[in-house]
Design a protein around this ligand. Structure first.
Ligand SMILES: C[S@@+](CC[C@H](N)C(=O)[O-])C[C@H]1O[C@@H](n2cnc3c(N)ncnc32)[C@H](O)[C@@H]1O
Length: 323
């Protein structure tokens, strides 16, 4: 029987995006979903959009429509689905689609429509398993939005676009996402902040040299490959204002200490994948001349001994003005 080997063909990369969209990526996205839940559930940001998902609002205004742009495997949509009666952006419960579907009161369930949008459909749920109130479509957020999406949504959500943003400026993306909103609708963007990366030794004196070297090379290679300084990730709220959104929330959280090892696993999985993508044909991380696999392997030795690599996460919410 054939088994997977290192000699198998490399995963197919979509040249419009810095990560692959395969099984492991989907697993990582599900874990990242839990990561956001964990960081924010104790002290959630002000859940302004929650006021929209009420029986009263639906009676007055009709169905609520929520879009998740760059939805990946759709884990956010399932979370919105489960929490909409409490607080739409508090990330309090399981991302498991069918479980959350069953937990939703029927009177609200039928009136909330979810649209997952992504540049490619590799991840998207197919077939009859998904609820009839879910829809998935393809759109490249850097192109003109399809007419049927413009001005249709009460809430638009974006998460983890750190390597999707081009030219170090998220404004094109924000403006296009805002075009999907109804007047008075909300844009929520959840992001990680690479420039807050901290490498920690579990005990004083333990070496973090290799982990530091891998992170330094990766940040340099990413900045060069994606033409960014990655600073925008920590100042997203200022771009919301620049694009005319009323500020609603701007919340930043450091990694809780007990979550550091889990976040490290996740960060290394993502970096390993990005590292392959931003290395040249000789396997050197762009702009560094260093081998990604050597750096990564040395880093893994230290992290297996308890060294951690963590970053802050943020949630920014803005409201489209009512004209
Ligand atoms: C890191 S994943 C995040 C997925 C999801 N938002 C989450 O948090 O689980 C980024 C997603 O953005 C999608 N993407 C990349 N470039 C895009 C573009 N130009 N327009 C729309 N989606 C894009 C990718 O296909 C991928 O599914």
């Amino acid at each position: 029987m054939a088994t997977a080997t290192e000699n198998e063909a490399a995963p197919v990369r979509d040249n419009r995006y810095g990560l692959t969209r395969e099984l492991n990526d989907s697993v990582r996205l599900s874990m990242q979903h839990w990561m956001f839940t964990y960081f924010f559930d104790e002290y959630p940001p002000q859940p302004a959009p929650a006021s929209l998902v009420t029986e009263e609002h639906i009676k007055e205004n009709g169905n609520i429509r929520i879009a998740d742009v760059g939805c990946g495997n759709g884990s956010v949509l399932s979370n919105f689905f489960s929490t909409n009666c409490k607080a739409i952006i508090t990330y309090t419960s399981s991302a498991w689609l069918l479980e959350t579907y069953r937990s939703l009161p029927a009177n609200i369930r039928e009136n909330v429509l979810f649209e997952g949008i992504d540049i490619a459909h590799d991840y998207l749920p197919m077939g009859d398993d998904i609820p009839s109130t879910f829809k998935f479509s393809e759109w490249d957020v850097y192109t003109e939005p399809p007419a049927e999406l413009i001005g249709q949504f009460d809430i638009v959500h974006i998460r983890l676009f750190v390597i999707v943003v081009r030219d170090n400026d998220p404004c094109t993306m924000i403006r296009n996402a805002v075009r999907l909103l109804k007047p008075g609708g909300y844009l929520q963007w959840d992001e990680l902040e690479p420039n807050t990366t901290i490498v920690r030794a579990p005990t004083p004196g333990m070496s973090t040299e290799s982990a530091q070297a891998w992170i330094t090379a990766m940040l340099k290679g990413m900045c060069m490959s994606f033409k960014t300084d990655l600073n925008w990730c920590s100042t997203l709220a200022s771009y919301f204002e620049k694009c005319g959104l009323e500020p609603v929330a701007d919340v930043h959280r450091e990694c809780p200490p007990e979550f550091r090892r889990l976040m490290t696993t996740n960060a290394l999985s993502a970096l390993e994948n990005v590292g392959r993508g931003i290395s040249d044909e000789l396997g050197k991380v762009k702009g560094t001349g260093l081998s990604w696999s050597d750096l990564c392997s040395a880093c893994l030795v230290e992290t297996s001994q308890g060294v951690t690599v963590t970053q802050s996460l943020s949630i920014v919410v803005g409201r489209k003005t009512i004209l």
